[in-house]
Design a protein around this ligand. Structure first.
Ligand SMILES: [Zn+2]
Ligand SMILES: [Zn+2]
Length: 297
């Protein structure tokens, strides 16, 4: 059985196959702010059971105190958040239960962060309540770990956001690429390749922003057969802080939701440090010869 989750304007649709692994209700203040309502109800599906069938999503990532970011995907036109991907549970995707517009959808198996619950709200006795920390293996704990970090005062105020590229990022991206890829040929400069990317799959160019400044970039592409990663760059002052991992994971998630089964990337053969970075993220060197041809345009 497949269910369809749709945003408010019906421009973005997600098909979810089978039954959710878990349904959880969260009262945390982050969920309240995100939804504009008093709690969020998430149906967690295996990642491979979920695919976009209509529209293109914008996304917003938050880092967490544990260092595991959560990426929220929403309709860029009407703003409804439709699903989110907790990196700490890379096999699951949370889908907004309200987006199914189905009053017969199964009831949540738990309510978490009831410490932040509005006092007049009561839930059925059949739903176990967890005042703060959800059970350790609860899928719903992911976005709420962030809330905990904030309460502890231990989260980093200069939090990283992974955002779709916007023209205001141009100078930052241009400078970053000149710093990180000083030997790149002219056709890889931002003035050319950003403009080209904005003509094709513009939603697959991402920027890591810290306090409004560009700290990193990732470009992805999917041609219906393979996904590709390009221009994974992190400012030298911000390297080894997890931003590169966030960017790669973010691009992987979006490529996966487009139906991509395998991601390829290229790097200079002598770049051992970069190769080690990708190995840590699960990439392996394949015995291939990389060939290219520059087309005259
Ligand atoms: Zn919409
Ligand atoms: Zn929450």
């Amino acid at each position: 059985m497949a269910r369809l989750a749709s945003c408010h304007c019906l421009g973005l649709e997600l098909e979810c196959e089978g039954e959710p692994a878990k349904i959880s209700l969260c009262n945390c203040l982050d969920c309240q702010r995100r939804t504009g309502s008093l709690f969020s109800v998430a149906a967690f599906f295996p990642r491979e059971a979920v695919r976009i069938v209509k529209g293109e999503a914008a996304s917003f990532s938050r880092s967490s105190a544990s260092g595991h970011p959560v990426t929220f995907h929403f309709c860029g036109r009407c703003g409804s958040s439709l699903w989110w991907a907790p990196e700490r549970m890379p096999h699951l995707v949370g889908v907004a239960v309200g987006a199914f517009a189905d009053p017969s959808f199964p009831m949540p198996a738990q309510a978490v962060w009831t410490a932040d619950k509005h006092q007049w709200l009561t839930f059925p006795d059949a739903i176990p309540l967890h005042e703060r920390n959800p059970p350790p293996k609860g899928a719903a704990s992911q976005d709420c770990a962030l809330q905990k970090g904030r309460n502890d005062g231990s989260s980093d105020p200069s939090s990283v956001q992974i955002l779709p590229y916007d023209p205001r990022h141009f100078a930052g991206v241009d400078g970053l690429w000149k710093t990180c890829f000083p030997d790149d040929p002219a056709w890889n400069r931002a003035a050319i390749s950003v403009a080209d990317k904005l003509q094709f799959q513009p939603g697959l160019l991402f920027v890591a922003e810290i306090n409004g400044n560009v700290a990193g970039t990732a470009m992805a592409g999917y041609d219906g057969h393979r996904g590709w990663l390009y221009a994974i760059a992190v400012h030298p002052d911000q390297q080894r802080t997890g931003i590169g991992t966030m960017l790669v994971r973010h691009a992987e998630e979006i490529l996966a939701t487009l139906g991509c089964r395998k991601i390829n990337l290229q790097m200079r053969a002598e770049n051992d440090r970069v190769a080690a970075f990708y190995r840590r993220l699960g990439y392996t060197a394949e015995a291939r010869i990389s060939m290219g041809k520059l087309l005259k345009r």
